[in-house]
Design a protein around this ligand. Structure first.
Ligand code: BES
Ligand code: ZN
Length: 627
């Protein structure tokens, strides 16, 4: 069985080779009582071939009510679900003879409680406790659980929206007006004039207030945390400006931030004009700004130049990490960039260890045939293997003076398009030959592209990142590792008094590579460094990991607290996995999850269930082969 109709993108069932959406308009009512979005979407379509007589769209758990072409109601069928790709909606249209013909379809529909793209929160699940909340998360293939559409990153559209709500609405677009209706309802209008893929259409509704933090930036959140958020993200403008300096002028008009409730499953999501972030970034020390630098970098890498299929996802994330670190390097120095890269390499090693060095999930261009769920492939591989690939190429071609002008040219060449790894590679060679001649092509040819792109495991080249800032962390970790069965009185809080938050984390990361620590060491470490009561979420993750690896039971209540007060997958997934493996932890992990299931975002819930054995993962080897 092979449902995907396109050879470019195997994660859509839409007939994108025959017809393309150019614009979509959303008319939505936010119904907090029924916990649904209902209304319609108006799709502007253009045929790409002659004699088109059906339009196939992606949907997932949507309640489709009617489809019309002007006044005429059309026949349609909603197919059974095909694995993770959802239910294809096939619409019969009167035959459109000529390629290039434009027409408009209106689909009346509503979301349902099974739609993974939208999470409705009760007032109790918010900070203020008085108003409900709604937010969406569509990347990678959840857009179809909010809008019947061609849910493929290879299709780029402009969009507009009119949303009726009793609470303020924000979207990944510029707001163009607010109309007062009756009974406290307002209609919020939006317009996104730059073409974007469906996974970047986003909405949030709640008791939101905004505070200006820069000439083109407002931070939005519930009023209870606005002060803290405005302080934490005060450096936003300097990141956007550095991005412009490295690449091209910022085209999106506004760069706003929305701090979501704690169940938001990611650190950040690069929704255009309005990055969504987790409240776990509010560490009170501006230590999480790399996430902001990262999401800003997506304004070019991912949002302007977009992967055309999830197989080439590294083009979004690897490039973004590369630019994120360029920005941090410029603002905080090369030593910081190297430190971040080193820490990234460690996280890549963890992903490779988790999947296995020969797992197909560690390939930069993974094989997604058979309706594989791209969420199951989420890992550090596209991020850090992708970063290392670009870092290596930069070195081979002669450093930033050659590579940085190429980055600009790459964005200029592919802005507003969707591309594959082959397109990227072709342009790399074309650019280098044109600007630096055959000798540069010879240099590029020394790179083993095939291994980088198609082979599993760690990168084929050791990057030799500079360890200046990491050495002190490594030395201290070594001292602890070697102190087993010895006198511990030489350790004191002074050991880490000059460490940044990042250095404390790297110290702990290093210890996760050692044999589990004896409990007396853990107790002593906590006594001198007070890690258990530290509020930095990244540090809490690492500390709790170390304790769980040693089945140190006094930490279990702290772990339960941390994994139930926030739902960011980076934190909850590894902790659930480790708690499940720890001595006397398996039942606690399952019970904790089942008790708090409704708190988690549906995407996170699905993956946690797989992590603790309540469901199975997509197999590494697929049984359905498409061609
Ligand atoms: N685009 C991602 C988030 C994402 C990835 C959503 C895959 C859905 C599927 C975002 O830009 C991201 O990478 N966030 C990271 C930030 C980090 C790498 C600085 C995160 O959430 O941890
Ligand atoms: Zn990203």
């Amino acid at each position: 069985m092979c449902i995907p109709a396109s050879t470019i993108d195997l994660s859509t069932q839409a007939n994108i080779d025959q017809v393309k959406t150019t614009h979509l308009h959303l008319n939505w009512n936010v119904d907090f009582e029924a916990q649904v979005l209902n209304g319609n979407v108006v799709l502007d379509l253009v045929t790409l071939v002659d004699n088109v007589n059906k339009i196939v769209l992606d949907t997932s758990y949507l309640d489709i009510k009617s489809v019309s072409l002007g006044e005429e109601k059309l026949k349609y069928q909603l197919a059974d679900r095909y694995v993770s790709l959802g239910s294809a909606l096939t619409i019969e249209v009167p035959t459109v003879e000529k390629a290039g013909t434009k027409f408009q379809l209106t689909i009346d529909y509503a979301t349902t409680e099974k739609c993974t793209a939208v999470q409705f929160l009760t007032p109790e699940q918010t900070l203020g406790g008085k108003h409900p909340y709604l937010f969406s998360q569509s990347e990678p293939i959840h857009g179809r659980a909010m809008i019947p559409c061609q849910d493929s990153p290879s299709v780029k559209v402009t969009y507009s929206a009119s949303v009726k709500s009793t609470l303020p609405v924000v979207m990944s677009a510029l707001q163009t007006g607010i109309d007062d209706e009756s009974y406290g309802v307002k209609t919020y209008h939006f317009s996104q004039k730059i073409t974007i893929p469906s996974y970047l259409i986003a909405i949030a509704v709640g008791n939101l207030v905004g505070r200006e933090i820069g000439p083109r930036s407002t931070v939005w959140c519930e009023p209870e945390m606005i002060e803290q958020a405005a302080w934490e993200f005060a450096d936003t403008e300097s990141f956007v400006a550095t991005g412009e300096d490295l690449l091209t002028p910022y085209e999106w008009g506004r760069y706003d931030l929305l701090v979501l409730p704690p169940s938001f499953p990611y650190g950040g999501m690069e929704n255009p004009c309005l990055t969504f972030v987790t409240p776990t970034l509010l560490a009170g020390d501006r230590s999480a700004v790399n996430v902001i630098a990262h999401e800003i970098s997506h304004s070019w890498m991912g949002n302007l130049v977009t992967t055309n299929a999830w197989k080439h996802y590294w083009l979004n994330e690897g490039w973004t990490v590369f630019i994120e670190r360029k920005i941090l390097g410029r603002l905080q120095g090369e030593a910081t960039r190297q430190f971040e890269a080193l820490s990234g390499l460690k996280s890549l090693q963890e992903s490779v260890d988790l999947f296995g060095a020969d797992s197909l999930k560690t390939v930069l261009n993974p094989d997604l045939r058979g309706g594989a769920d791209p969420d199951d492939f989420f890992s550090k591989v596209p991020y850090e293997k992708g970063f290392n690939f670009l870092y290596h190429i930069e070195k081979v071609v002669g450093g930033p003076s050659i590579f940085e002008p190429y980055m600009k040219a790459y964005v200029q060449r592919f802005a507003s398009t969707s591309i594959s790894t082959e397109d990227w590679k072709d342009f790399l060679f074309e650019y280098m030959e044109k600007t630096h001649g055959q000798s540069m092509v010879d240099k590029l040819n020394t790179i083993d592209f095939d291994t980088w792109i198609n082979k599993p495991g760690m990168p084929p080249v050791d990057p030799n990142f500079d360890t200046t800032l990491a050495d002190a962390c490594y030395d201290l970790a070594k001292r602890w590792d070697e102190a087993r069965d010895q006198d511990l009185s030489s350790f004191s809080k002074d050991d880490i008094v000059n460490f940044s938050a990042g250095q404390k984390i790297v110290f702990l990361e290093r210890l996760t590579d050692c044999e589990p620590l004896p409990h007396n060491l853990i107790t002593k470490m906590d006594e001198v460094y007070e890690f258990t009561i530290n509020h930095n979420a990244d540090l809490r993750l690492r500390w709790q990991q170390i304790c769980l690896m040693a089945s140190y039971e006094p930490i279990y209540p702290e772990v339960v607290k941390f994994i139930t007060e926030q739902g960011r997958m980076k934190f909850v997934r590894p902790l659930y996995r480790l708690l499940h493996q720890a001595k006397n932890g398996a039942q606690l992990a399952v019970d904790t999850y089942l008790q708090h299931k409704s708190f988690y975002h549906p995407i996170a819930a699905q993956l946690i269930e797989k992590d603790i054995g309540l469901k199975t993962h997509t197999k590494d080897i697929f049984f359905f082969v498409c061609d």
